[in-house]
Design a protein around this ligand. Sequence first.
Ligand code: NAD
Length: 484
Amino acid sequence: MESWKNYVSGVWQNSTKNETFEERNPADLNEVVGFFTSSNKEDVEMAIDSANSAFLSWSTLSALERANYLKGVLDLLKKERDSFSKVITLENGKTLKESLVEIDSAINEMEFQIHQGQRLYGTTIQTNKKLTMAMTIKVPLGVVAIITPWNFPLNVACRKMIPALMAGNTVILKPASLTSLTAVKFIELFDKVQIPRGVVNLILGSGSLIGEILTGSFKVNGISFTGSTEVGLSIQKNAARNLIPTQLELGGKNPVIVLKDADLEEASNAIMLGAFACSGQWCTSTSRVIVENEVASELVEILKLKVLKLKIGNGANKETEMGPVCGTKQLEIIKSYIDIGIQEGASLCCGGNQLIDADYKKGCFVAPTLFTNVTEKMKIASEEIFGPVLCVLSVDNFGEALTIANNVKYGLASSIFTNDFSKAMRFIQETKVGLTHVNMPSAYKEPMLPFGGVKMSGAGLPEAGTVGIDFFTKHKAVYIQYGH
Ligand code: NAD
């Protein structure tokens, strides 16, 4: 089988050492998705040089010219929506419907950022010197490294690459090795619109092998990373040696608070979506439900019935509601957290096992899992599991719920279900996260608003929204004397 290649200086090429790695379908580990070139130090350096050589001519194009290339990519993505959904499902495992949601979200974000990138406003200001004016202009950083996770292989790449390119940067995309094919297919679109050579580069391979070279190079001028907090921390340390700015979108332990006056049916629907869509592998997934005692058992009963009804299977089958988790490593992590939860004394309400009957045994399937009697200090209530495991904690009142919600190291997303206006407003003010919701799922987001976490969930300027381009630019101060 031929291997998929890097894209450097506008040419598809094997790594200099000609080594490859393989990717398998998480719904059926017997199925090889493809072989991919495995990059090494020289390949990364070639990509960095390629992006540097292309920078001047790309950054001096007009915003409209840059937009026209990216609109071409957008049009192709819209045309190839169905084939992209099959690729994402094949390598990530999410259902076809979920893959389409990801693609549509990527399309919306691209559209928004292409327009936003044509409005890079600066400022003008009077100066202390006569016949002199001053202004600020926004200029690109230069070469930007974009490192993406496997859970949203298309959407995260779009959310970072489009504003980076619109601002005039050149980019090197390093996707997660588990979802390399989506990245290859995405970069093919840039190739098809004949984006100038070197403006967009792709390097495939293991992050632990090539990540440090990419993020430790002084020829890289910005790093936008989405992934685990652990890797984010190591990238920030590495980048700091060259004072390279970083944008880090990291893990979460997102709570949904349910107060006794809430509509439990509505709350349970939002919790089910937040906890089990994409097999719980969203950074904004709901992983903790913090519910007032008076309604705790009623809510758990509703949730349990819904969890037991979920149809688990290969995401490529139309009737599947929850696919496998993404790969054997993730499967083992999730199983080990389930064991920890049991040892810690939480009650296993349903699920808690790997599915191994019939066709399930070929893939990485975990039963959707509901733990009750979870307490704040348990590992399952404080560490990111990143799988279909939901913990229910019951509390005496709103104040206790808010304290527990905030008392974790993460701060990405949260939600509250209540009709009490005053408590909802207090929650909005006091919840320590980057995005919050009232009577909505914790994972809901739109392209017009910024996206980013606080505490160990993120650092640097946020992505998306009207501010999404800011990370990829620098302010330059300009003084102009036009007389004496
Ligand atoms: P990961 O941190 O293992 O990998 C992310 C990317 O970093 C991959 O491309 C990987 O190859 C690369 N990488 C690994 N080691 C590296 C190194 N030393 N230097 C540079 N790059 C390196 O994360 P993952 O398992 O792919 O994704 C799951 C994690 O991502 C979860 O923690 C999830 O919460 C987080 N996530 C966060 C957001 C957000 O916006 N906050 C969105 C999606 C996923």
